[in-house]
Design a binder for this molecule. Structure first.
Ligand SMILES: O=C(O)CCC(=O)C(=O)O
Length: 272
């Protein structure tokens, strides 16, 4: 299976429309890959909090349209990263005035929507995304020929229980679009390898390059195999990271070193 992770530079000097066109062209250039992955919130930048509201889109907005077309033009599965999604209001009476979500979209090679994942763990403690966006509640897996993807986004990487739940739901390849900051790059690499080793799964983690809202991005998108080996790692700048991997390695690793079978669930709490 061939995956291409497009580590887009998200700099303030470029308009959202220009970056959308440029990204669609980069996706088209990946014809021949099986799966293409984009980063988190690449239209606005993950730290450009002031842009979330103004640039928010309905699910089937301009990014959806451009990415559905790019996926079908290239004939690839496309994890189109995430967008700031403006949902319809709760009453359904007025479209587009409901809560915001950090929403990932996955398209099939014919350009059909295959999955929607709304980021569960919001970043920022009491600021930024944590107050501007609502939290998703649903685990999402996507069946591709040869592997099952488990979806997570950026800060989710710090929550191992989410990934265990995805594995329990059948995930073999964990796909993590991100807008991870340079100042915590060591955590990014370490956590990507940890999630791969503990879940005996491939990890495809695609970040952004550039600087927006004064936050330099880590880049260093990374692909890790179920044994924890780094198969490929990008540098700091804009880059397409292409890697060939064998999805059968998940079952082989789980069979040869069956640690997942030794989980002890439902332990007793400490006695007082
Ligand atoms: O957890 C981190 O250090 C970065 C998370 C983040 O930037 C995000 O989720 O947008």
């Amino acid at each position: 299976m061939r995956a291409s992770l497009i580590q887009i530079a998200v700099d303030e000097g470029e308009s959202v429309a220009s970056r959308r066109r440029r990204t669609a062209a980069l996706v088209r250039e990946q014809a021949g890959a099986d799966l293409v992955v984009l980063p988190e919130l690449w239209t606005t930048g993950a730290f450009a909090y002031e842009a979330f509201g103004p640039e928010a889109e309905p699910l089937e907005g301009p990014t959806y349209e451009a990415m559905a077309k790019a996926a079908s033009d290239a004939g690839v599965w496309l994890h189109a990263g995430s967008i700031p999604e403006r949902t319809a209001s709760g009453s359904g009476s007025a479209a587009g005035d409901g809560p915001l979500y950090n929403t990932s979209l996955v398209f099939s090679p014919s350009g059909d929507l295959a999955a929607v994942y709304r980021k569960i763990h919001r970043f920022g403690f009491d600021q930024g995304e944590a107050v501007l966006m609502s939290a998703g509640r649903d685990l999402v897996t996507v069946r591709l020929p040869g592997t099952t993807l488990g979806l997570a986004t950026c800060y989710d990487l710090r929550f191992p229980e989410l990934f265990r739940s995805l594995v329990d739901a059948g995930a073999e390849t964990l796909v993590i679009p991100a807008g991870w900051p340079e100042r915590r790059r060591a955590h990014w690499t370490l956590l990507a390898q940890a999630r791969a080793v503990e879940n005996q799964a491939f990890v495809l983690a695609c970040g952004t390059a550039g600087t927006h809202a004064g936050v330099p991005q880590a880049g260093h998108s990374i692909v890790v195999d179920p044994w924890g080996e780094v198969l490929a790692e990008a540098g700091a700048g804009e880059e397409v990271l292409t890697v060939d991997f064998d999805p059968a390695k998940v079952a082989a690793t789980r069979e040869q070193f069956p640690a997942l079978k030794d989980r002890m669930l439902g332990l007793e709490p400490p006695r007082r």
